[in-house]
Design a protein around this ligand. Structure first.
Ligand SMILES: Cc1cc2nc3c(=O)[nH]c(=O)nc-3n(C[C@H](O)[C@H](O)[C@H](O)COP(=O)(O)O)c2cc1C
Length: 304
């Protein structure tokens, strides 16, 4: 057996394979074109976009830890207008799906962004980052309150016909109930996880290693926790799950798929090896062939 079917379905969107590069770790895509053929990826998710440009946090913004990195980029981005004018045209010639990661400070901003993005062509889906503080609700993070997340997703759902993926924060006690409430709000899929709130201290300067003190931890250090969360979410939702958190090789990706992920995202690994996505894809194919599995979909949740 030589051929295997790697296609996966996320709502109405059919990906040629389950390998997606994650927001914030792959620039706007073109930075990586010298290293790999972007068309081979299942989908690309560029850096998260907001309504207005954002400067991000003070430096230092990245710090390497054991088995991972801490980042406090602070969602720096050029804003949606600049993105549409200067970045979006690049994707027009690519033969892979473009999923736009976006976020706001208020429900109104999320809805407005979804409306703007709904009206321009060339976008296959939206990924809502709900790991952001709601400035109207004392900075409570949208993704840590199931009722607030539900309301937000319901409002955004009405504003767009695009595939709506909701990206969950791991900084909650019960990620399964968060997933359930966004499913009920109308999400087509959930992606998880975003980074874990974390910090590091320099014992010589006695100062934090990050300018913002607290940042987000990603990379291999978070993989077992992310995997547990995917498995827990898989027990309660019917919509597809896109799993991520510390995936660096095909074996990691297969673990997430077996735990219930229909597709996976590669994040921090791109920063270490820009070809990580393509190499993981090759490894997935080898695994299927070796194990005589004809369709990758047969592996989804096939664990236990
Ligand atoms: C430098 C950096 C920037 C990121 N920027 C974003 C972002 O703009 N929006 C978002 O939803 N997630 C962002 N993330 C989170 C990743 O997309 C991913 O969810 C997380 O890093 C976990 O996956 P990983 O362990 O494979 O990196 C960022 C992560 C890193 C390391």
């Amino acid at each position: 057996m030589r051929r295997c079917d790697l296609t996966v379905r996320i709502g109405e969107m059919i990906l040629k394979n389950p390998v997606i590069v994650s927001s914030g770790t792959f620039g706007f895509g073109e930075e990586f074109e010298d290293f790999l053929d972007l068309d081979h990826l299942g989908a690309i998710i560029p850096k998260g976009i907001s309504l207005r440009p954002m400067q991000g946090n003070p430096p230092p913004r990245i710090f390497e830890t054991e088995g991972g990195i801490l980042n406090s980029i602070g969602l720096q981005n050029p804003g949606v207008k600049e993105f549409i004018k200067y970045k979006l045209p690049y994707y027009r010639n690519l033969k892979t799906h473009l999923i736009i990661n976006f976020f706001g400070n208020t429900q109104k901003e999320y809805v407005e962004l979804a409306r703007i993005l709904d009206n321009i062509g060339g976008i296959s889906g939206l990924e809502m980052n709900i790991s952001c503080p709601n400035i109207k609700r004392c900075g409570i993070v949208f993704g840590s309150d199931p009722r607030m997340a539900h309301r937000l997703v319901r409002a955004v759902r009405k504003a767009t016909r695009l595939i709506l993926i909701v990206k969950l924060s791991p900084n909650v006690t019960d990620i399964a109930s968060m997933a359930k409430s966004v499913e009920e709000g109308g999400a087509d899929a959930v992606s998880l996880v975003n980074t874990f709130r974390a910090m590091a201290v320099n014992i010589h300067s006695r100062k934090p290693e990050l300018g913002n003190v607290i940042g987000g931890l990603s990379g291999p250090a978070i993989k077992p926790i992310a995997l547990r969360m995917v498995w827990e979410v898989n027990q309660v939702v019917k919509i597809p799950i896109i799993g991520m958190g510390g995936i660096t090789n095909a074996g990691d990706a297969i673990e997430f798929i077996l735990a219930g992920a229909s597709a996976i995202q590669i994040g921090t690994a791109n920063l270490i090896n820009p070809r990580a996505g393509i190499e993981i894809l090759a490894g997935l194919k080898r695994y299927l062939i070796l194990n005589k599995i004809t369709e990758i979909q047969k592996l989804v949740g096939a664990f236990g």
